[in-house]
Design a protein around this ligand. Sequence first.
Ligand SMILES: [Zn+2]
Length: 172
Amino acid sequence: MLRPIGSATPATLAHTANVAHVDAPAQTRLDPYAIPGSYRAPTHCPECGAVYLFGRWTWTLAPRGSATQVCPACRRIADDEPAGTLSIDGTFAEDHRAELLEFIAVMAEQQRIAFPIQRVVSVEASAHRIDVSTTDIELPQYLGEALRAAYEGRLDVRYGAADYSVRVSWHR
Ligand SMILES: [Zn+2]
């Protein structure tokens, strides 16, 4: 199994100032790309090198005899099927676009190192907003919380009502 979904911040988000949090039944948050039993340990992803071992994806070396199977993150990237989005807008965001893009890149890389299947699919930046899509539903929340912790602003987290998805927006 993967890291238990919802084990991170969602439960505490609602109690934080300036955070709107719309919850969804936990059972709807099963990633169809990573359903339990779809990977047997150890498995090695030939695309990114991540290794599924002891119930989670890591960046360790693949043990001898590992199966080969593309990981959920690489499959979502190949299919262009992000699970989560983070959108950033507001006048502060407009005035600090380059800084925020750098911040997002650094924070996302930290998370990718710790959790191989939490990855950015795309970043689109226009004059007025930044849109980030991700391979899972934890990363947008992590990035949104990091933005709020660093720059304040207003965070909004909305889970898909019927699927494994999240839309996070940060405004300042
Ligand atoms: Zn992979």
